[in-house]
Ligand binder design. Structure first.
Ligand code: HEC
Length: 304
């Protein structure tokens, strides 16, 4: 019995270790996780404990065997017939499967007899009843913890908690890494030469095939005139580059180009304004007059 108890305790402690961890923000790499040493140590201890247990069980069995051997020898010497005690496991097995053997079923046959159909009054197997009582106990515990005392969260509450946590994480990420978090609400107008040069190279590599090297337009619209199908502010352009225009050849570049590079290329597109390339595609969309950026950005934010 002790053996079983200790195995149970071990199992319970291992399982609860997993649950006791607070939900931490997901680190970029596994090895950045400050908890990793903890996990490694716990894992190591776990393996050691399993090994020790294994050896202990083995030693116990050897000991048991030796004790039996000695008892048998002694009873032989004294001339008493030796009767082996059933093992713990065997006892537990017969206790949990305590049914009436087939030969004795006549004793538990009920009196009534319907057209030859008779009823055997066998009881339920004890292991089944134990499970059943176990579920009753569990349901009471569950009721108390989840519904009466509110100690533990129900699935919906848990979901809400995770959502709040994720929002907080996203906020933190934005604050800690502004470049990775550029989107159409906070994209900047840049005049920095390196950024624009980077935007140009991105444009020549990815965009020129449709918008032409000089931005004069081919499969895609002319980007040098004041007419835009989706608006000519930096936010509008970034949005089109990031999300693309569904159903057209303009794909969403998010995932192919980093947010920073999308910001650079969008700014480069703006520098093409008024460059009057040769043989341009005729204007498409509406005339766009640049407004003050702050007012503009609120408009974009509101439309999101
Ligand atoms: C495979 C062709 C193709 C490529 C490559 C392409 N575009 Fe486009 N682009 C289009 C088409 C087609 C449209 C017009 C979509 C529509 O009809 O609304 C467009 C529209 C645009 C617009 C909006 C123009 C307006 O009038 O509002 C911008 C800005 C733009 N592209 C920038 C880019 C940038 C920057 C890249 C490179 C990162 C790029 N495009 C790559 C085909 C392309």
């Amino acid at each position: 019995m002790k053996k079983i108890l200790s195995i149970l305790t071990l199992l319970i402690s291992v399982v609860t270790i997993g649950y006791a961890q607070p939900i931490e923000p997901v680190p970029a790499s596994l090895w950045d996780d400050p908890m990793i040493t903890f996990y490694v140590v716990v894992g190591f201890i776990f393996v050691v404990v399993i090994l020790v247990l294994f050896v202990a069980v083995y030693m116990l069995q050897v000991l048991n065997f030796m004790v039996k051997q000695a008892t048998r020898e002694r009873s032989e010497k004294l001339g008493i017939p030796y009767k082996e005690e059933p093992s713990l496991w065997a006892k537990l097995w017969s206790e949990s499967n305590d049914f009436v053997p087939v030969e004795k079923e006549g004793d538990i046959m009920l009196d009534h007899n319907y057209d030859g159909i008779r009823e055997l009054d066998n009881h339920l197997p004890p292991w089944w009843k134990w499970l059943f009582y176990g579920t009753i106990v569990f349901s009471v515990v569950y009721l108390i913890f989840y519904h009466l005392s509110d100690t533990l969260p129900l699935p919906l509450q848990e979901y809400q908690q995770e959502l709040t946590l994720a929002e907080e994480q996203a906020r933190k990420l934005k604050a800690s890494n502004p470049v990775a978090a550029i989107d159409e609400t906070n994209v900047q107008l840049l005049t920095d030469a390196t950024a624009l040069a980077d935007g140009k190279s991105t444009f020549l590599n990815n965009c020129a095939s449709c918008h032409r090297k000089d931005g004069g337009g081919d499969i895609g619209p002319n980007l040098t005139d004041e007419y835009w199908k989706h608006g000519g502010s930096i936010q509008d352009i970034f949005k089109v580059v990031r999300h693309g225009v569904q159903g057209t050849n303009m794909i969403a570049w998010e995932g192919f180009i980093s947010p920073e590079k999308m910001q650079n290329v969008s700014n480069y597109v703006l520098t093409l304004q008024g460059t009057n390339p040769e043989n341009p595609k005729k204007p498409e969309g509406e005339l766009y007059k640049p407004k003050d950026t702050p007012a503009d950005s609120t408009k974009v934010q509101a439309s999101l």
